[in-house]
Write a protein of this length. Sequence first.
Length: 326
Amino acid sequence: MDKIKLILGDAVEKLKTLDDSSVDLIVADPPYNLGKDYIDTNDKMPFSTYHEFTRAWIKEANRVLKKGGTIYVFMGMRLISYLFEIMEQEENLNFISWITWHYTQGVGKKKGWSSRHDDILMFTKGKKYTFNLDAIRIPQKYYRSINNMRGANPGNVWDFSHIHYSQSNRASQHPTQKPEGVIERMILASSNENDVVLDPFSGSGTTMRVVQQLNRRGIGIEIEPQYIEETKQRLSEPFLGFDSIDERVLRIPNDLNNRSIRDEYLRNHINWFLNNHMDRLEDVLEDFIIKYSKKFNADEMALVEDIAQKNDIKLPSGKKPLEIRE
Ligand SMILES: C[S@@+](CC[C@H](N)C(=O)[O-])C[C@H]1O[C@@H](n2cnc3c(N)ncnc32)[C@H](O)[C@@H]1O
């Protein structure tokens, strides 16, 4: 199989062409039936038509998913309860998590509360499934020797900014392009290298871009030819880091008071948390300097400067320690 296969067509029809139990992970971001402009595709169906469409594609998705595989589905709040029922009651999938993707920007309502989250349902096929916790931990807020230095579970409320039309890393004019950081977390947690990841509503190709960089194999289905072409273009571009990150990943824990633990921690932080986000190393070094520069000795300062130099980062002069204590 090609590393990444893009299929043009209707998700229900094209899913039928895939073999039973052939994919390890499904990341599905279907149209929410809210009237978005997906070129020629109707995103405002009568409720019963949309419900039947959901039922049909979930049934096929379940068929192609391997035992032990995971499926994540994005959904707006108007329809998520119906989706939950289909997945749990009709398809007998195993509920794991209801994830809230929280963002701070969006349309302001004049009456009622402005919407600031989308939700994601995570189900598995059977009770034994892949979950690589170490791959998706976030740094602890405070260093405590009894805590796992490796970091904490990020929980089920995920803060990631939308990708704005004005951002240079926006892949296309697709109206609902998702942040790569959200998909990165799902793929790292719920699959292994070379596993097959399917996205039945591939849109601008966010899942396929993440799949490509994380060394998985991918199948993306999309009904609009223009989005398929834009995805091909996106996949051919040089990789400079994923377009979004959970900002908690950038924090250095407080209370790293022991020098040797602090040094070990900094090196580990880069390896553990900044894979695919080296463009944010500068923020991490800055936080390290702000928190600990007063405690640095010459070796520690040299370590920070060495990391900065190797990565072409200019340390902010105002943030350097005023004096180095031996
Ligand atoms: C919410 S968007 C997915 C966005 C994607 N996650 C991204 O980051 O770009 C849903 C996509 O489903 C596509 N779509 C709508 N109906 C479809 C169908 N029946 N089969 C396949 N794709 C469909 C739309 O064209 C749209 O690109």
